[in-house]
Design a protein around this ligand. Structure first.
Ligand code: PEP
Ligand code: MN
Length: 361
């Protein structure tokens, strides 16, 4: 990280940027109220700190030890002296601001009537963002693959999702499973979701980042927190810091005989918040894999400081073409949102004190 002097001129900033580029490296320029900070993207051994320190306008060169640098909380504090967290905007909705955000909808879009009914219901229940899978990641090739398994089906389902979002005034989110989905989905969705199974796909992360749309990145179920943040860094390094992180459970002990689909790693929430300024939300549906735990784990996630929740909803779980066992109804969602909001409100004092502690450390 190259910290420029207060009042460094444009010319001085450009001088440093060009010097870094000459060494075959990329740059990330962040202009704060107080000063400009320049992050180097790429192999930092190609350039020496002593050389950079001699360039006009440079105050200090600091090494960030973690593999994720641009999304490191420390980086955000350098240029404006504040420790504010990033708020990611999708339409009128702000993720990472004071109020928790609720994303809800079916696991998969199954038809227009199904999506429209669920959209009306989740909107009435208080959801802010509508979800619906078109390209479904499935373990078995023999199960329902989502309407995106052929191109006409994909366009049609994405069109319904857009229509439902516009009709009920909700931004919409859907998963892109491969690079070939990016150009199509960006025409319809407000937020691009990269699922757990694809967290490690660098090329997908880069292609998604370049759309400039907000990206919701789900943690792989076998990924450490360091890996999770390191792959989020690929998005930031491609010039897009509108990243929403999502904890969705990690592989449980005794899988096969296990009582839950995954183990929700609630500790990841405060840890991630210490490490980065990006918002983190929780998906209790895929973590639990059973509807009777959704309320409890949603409350737990909000208590742990999550900026929102992503929840699967269906009016008839028995008929759902995937993940029926973890779907809740919109009535249950309404209660869940109400209770999570009340809990969030009651914890506001705790949050203030805790945030101060998080930022100082
Ligand atoms: C999903 O949200 O539709 C999904 C498949 O989740 P995950 O990638 O976390 O398994
Ligand atoms: Mn699902």
């Amino acid at each position: 990280m190259i910290i420029m002097r207060k009042g460094a001129t444009e010319e001085e900033v450009t001088g440093v940027v060009n010097d870094i580029k000459k060494h075959g490296l990329g740059v990330d320029v962040s202009k704060g109220e107080i000063r400009t900070v320049i992050g180097i993207i790429g192999d930092e051994t190609k350039i020496s700190a002593t050389h950079l320190e001699t360039l006009p306008g440079v105050k200090e060169v600091r090494l960030v030890e973690t593999p994720y640098k641009l999304i490191n909380r420390e980086y955000s504090t350098l240029f404006d002296g504040k420790t504010e967290s990033r708020v990611v905007k999708a339409g009128k909705i702000r993720i990472g601001a004071d109020e928790p955000v609720f994303i809800a909808g079916p696991c998969a879009i199954e038809g227009k009537q199904q999506l429209m009914q669920i959209a009306t219901e989740v909107k009435a229940a208080g959801a802010h963002i509508l979800r619906g899978g078109v390209f479904k990641p499935r373990t078995s090739v023999h199960s329902f693959q989502g309407l995106g398994s052929n191109i006409e089906g994909a366009r049609q389902a994405l069109g319904w999702l857009r229509e439902a979002g516009d009709k009920y005034d909700m931004p919409v989110i859907t998963e892109i499973r491969g690079e070939s989905h990016v150009d199509l989905v960006k025409e319809y969705a407000d937020i691009l979701q990269i699922g757990s199974r694809n967290m490690y796909d660098q090329d997908l992360l880069i292609a998604a980042a370049k759309t400039r749309k907000p990206i919701l990145l789900k943690r792989h179920f076998g990924a450490s927190i360091e890996e999770f943040l390191s792959f989020a860094e690929y998005i930031a390094a491609s010039g897009n810091k509108d990243i929403i992180l999502c904890e969705r459970g990690i592989v449980p002990i005794g899988k096969g005989k296990s009582y839950t689909r995954y183990t929700l790693d609630l500790q990841a929430i405060p840890v991630v918040q210490k490490e980065t300024y990006l918002p983190i939300i929780v998906d209790p549906s895929h973590a639990a894999g059973r509807r009777d735990l959704i309320m409890t784990m949603s409350m737990a996630a909000i208590a742990a400081g999550a900026s929102g929740l992503e929840i699967e909803v269906h009016y008839n779980a028995k008929e759902a073409k995937c993940d029926g066992q973890q779907m809740i109804t919109s009535n249950e969602l309404g209660k869940l949102i109400e209770q999570c909001k009340a809990l969030h409100q009651s914890l506001s004092l705790f949050r203030k004190e805790n945030r101060a502690a998080t930022c100082i450390n």
